[in-house]
Design a protein around this ligand. Structure first.
Ligand SMILES: N[C@@H](CCC(=O)N[C@@H](CS)C(=O)NCC(=O)O)C(=O)O
Length: 234
């Protein structure tokens, strides 16, 4: 049986990590037999990030490579109904969400002073107070450096939320009134995109971040219309 290694549930979600949510949703959508093991420290993973899986003694990290592995070994492809142009569009959306939108979530959780105290309590609540302060401050500095190196950390807070909003609008516009992002059937993009919108919606509702509320509402209708996928997220 596949074991999925991921963070424990947080923020009222099965997982605060959009990548862990994507992976577990994919496993559910593909009807695979799996169990989960919660770990706190991503450094324990083979690539220093979560999630990763173990299957028949093999350890695989990174959601893209995990999905590729599962497609090859289990002969199951959620995108089998897509032609090559549709696959290209889907891939571009996945990249937008994972390589671009992701950083705006990271900024809001780890850097924005308005939300950091809450995020710190949620993510480090189980640590003794001294360890909580030391570890969280080290990781916050690391997040700041990564955001700066990626480039998004050089923008103002307003510009970063503007990017988040424009990504959500793009997603919402493409979903339009279709049942799923790529048409009538759920595909890999639904596992990636809907869950990301839910992660964001959950945080913004929690934080009452007004500047992106209109996009969230639009995405919310998308999330509702793809409720079958939301259901897979547990
Ligand atoms: N490309 C990876 C990204 C995974 C990722 O960024 N995971 C984050 C949690 S959302 C993580 O473990 N970060 C810990 C770190 O960077 O130190 C995937 O698709 O699995």
């Amino acid at each position: 049986m596949i074991t999925l290694f991921q963070f424990k549930p947080a923020l009222g979600l099965p997982n605060a990590s959009p990548f862990c949510m994507k992976m577990e949703t994919y496993l559910r959508m593909a009807n695979m037999d799996y169990s989960t093991t919660c770990i706190n420290n991503p450094a324990k993973g083979p690539k220093g990030k979560l999630p990763y899986i173990e299957d028949k003694g093999e350890v695989i990290a990174d959601t893209s490579f995990i999905i590729e592995y599962l497609e090859n070994t289990c002969n199951h492809d959620l995108d089998s109904s897509l032609d090559s142009t549709e696959k290209a569009v889907s891939d571009a959306f996945v990249r937008m969400l994972e390589e671009f939108f992701y950083w705006t979530i990271l900024y809001s959780r780890w850097i924005d002073n308005r939300y950091w105290p809450d995020a710190r309590n949620i993510f480090f609540g189980d640590f003794p107070p001294l360890v909580k302060n030391i570890v969280s401050n080290i990781l916050r500095k690391q997040a700041k450096r990564r955001l700066y190196e990626q480039g998004i950390g050089r923008h103002t807070s307003g510009q970063i939320y503007q990017i988040a909003e424009s990504n959500l609008v793009t997603l919402s516009d493409y979903l339009d009134d279709k049942p799923y992002f790529m048409g009538d059937e759920p595909t890999k993009l639904d596992a990636t995109a809907v869950l990301r919108a839910i992660t964001w919606l959950n945080l913004t509702t929690h934080r009452k971040e007004k500047s992106i509320s209109s996009s969230c509402l639009r995405c919310n209708s998308g999330v509702n219309s793809t409720s079958e996928v939301s259901h897979f997220s547990g």
